[in-house]
Design a protein around this ligand. Structure first.
Ligand code: PBG
Length: 325
């Protein structure tokens, strides 16, 4: 035998030398839930270890995130009052707007991305304005753009539309540019599937649709070319970063997307992925650390440059400890 792949697996040093995928804390983004109210830090039952924080409690978590060496957070807002118009999504004193103003004051070195969507703010839980039982695409665009602008005015460094309406990236880009925010990037949830993996999130954000489902706007998971179409449209509309979501069940899409765009690609390891690992860990059936490392590296190996994960703090520690890297 001349060719023996095991020669390059002989010890840690040589294995590290030929490693193909390098993981860095700089690529991690930590999603957080901020709610209206005061003095509250409540654990999300389906996402053990993740909490809804009021603005005054959010600081402690931002400190932990920052101490772990994670520099980017993605903020989701949970308003006290939801209505048909999603008015708290763009209210000047809305939960995200207040959170941003305060967080930027106390932790100016962190980078703040906001999820731009209406499902957390509508009384019916759909991601847009309703006309009868349908989500009205073009009416929704105006509200999304207004919401994104209000986030940026409150201090968001980047906005991330996750609603899956047609034309939302352009609508947001136009309004930001008209207001001189030409340098604020848009990370588009371009390849977002109608997925059962969001269930714990909807519990966390109290955003489950009160009727129907999200299949008229999020994508059918049987399709991959449709995802590519979304990527190309969003690139044309001015997206700066393309996101694939969920991550674990869509690794093929991360790789395919990399082939068709030169934009950076992010992957979102969503609430259901987190919940499954947590639940199996609690049962003692898997080793949490090993599974978290392996699934994260899988997303990077597939081609992601950045990774949104509820395990960001833990991953940062694993990287520090040399468990992955
Ligand atoms: C808002 C939004 C959702 C997620 C991110 N932004 C929920 C949904 O589309 O139903 C899911 C995130 C997660 O599951 O961790 N539209």
């Amino acid at each position: 035998m001349i060719k023996r792949p095991r020669r390059l697996r002989g010890n840690e040093i040589i294995r590290n030398m030929v490693r193909e995928t390098r993981v860095s804390k700089a690529s991690l983004i930590y999603p957080m839930f901020v709610r209206d109210g005061e003095g509250i830090r409540e654990e999300i039952p389906s996402m053990k270890g993740q909490y809804r924080y009021t603005v005054d409690q959010m600081y402690y978590e931002l400190e932990r995130v920052s101490d772990a060496g994670v520099n980017m957070v993605m903020l989701f807002g949970i308003p006290e009052c939801k209505d048909e118009a999603a008015s708290q999504a763009y209210a000047d004193n809305g939960v995200i707007q207040r959170a941003l103003r305060e967080a930027k004051k106390r932790f100016p070195h962190l980078y703040y991305i906001t999820d731009v969507c209406l499902c957390e703010y509508t009384s019916h839980g759909h991601c847009g304005m309703l006309k009868g039982h349908d989500v009205d695409n073009d009416e929704t665009l105006k509200v999304l753009a207004k919401t994104a602008l209000s986030h940026v005015q409150a201090g968001a460094d980047m906005v991330a539309p996750s609603d899956m309406m047609d034309g939302r990236v352009r609508a947001i880009r136009n309004l930001l540019d008209q207001n001189q925010y030409t340098n604020i990037p848009i990370m588009s949830y371009a390849v977002k599937y109608a997925s059962g993996f969001y269930e714990p999130f909807r519990d966390a954000a109290e955003s489950a649709p009160s009727f129907g489902d999200r299949k008229t706007y999020q994508m059918d998971y049987h399709n991959s070319r449709e995802g590519i179409r979304e990527v190309l449209l969003d690139e044309e509309e001015g997206a700066d970063i393309i996101m694939v979501k969920p991550a674990l069940a869509y690794l093929d899409m991360i790789t395919r997307v990399k082939e068709v765009t030169n934009l950076p690609v992010a992957a979102y390891s969503v609430s259901g992925e987190y919940a499954m690992i947590k639940a199996a860990t609690e049962k003692g059936w898997i080793n949490e650390e090993k599974i978290v490392c392996e699934t994260a590296v899988a997303a990077f190996r597939a081609g992601a440059q950045s990774y949104l994960t509820y395990y960001a703090k833990e991953l940062a520690r694993y990287i520090d400890e040399g468990k992955i890297g």
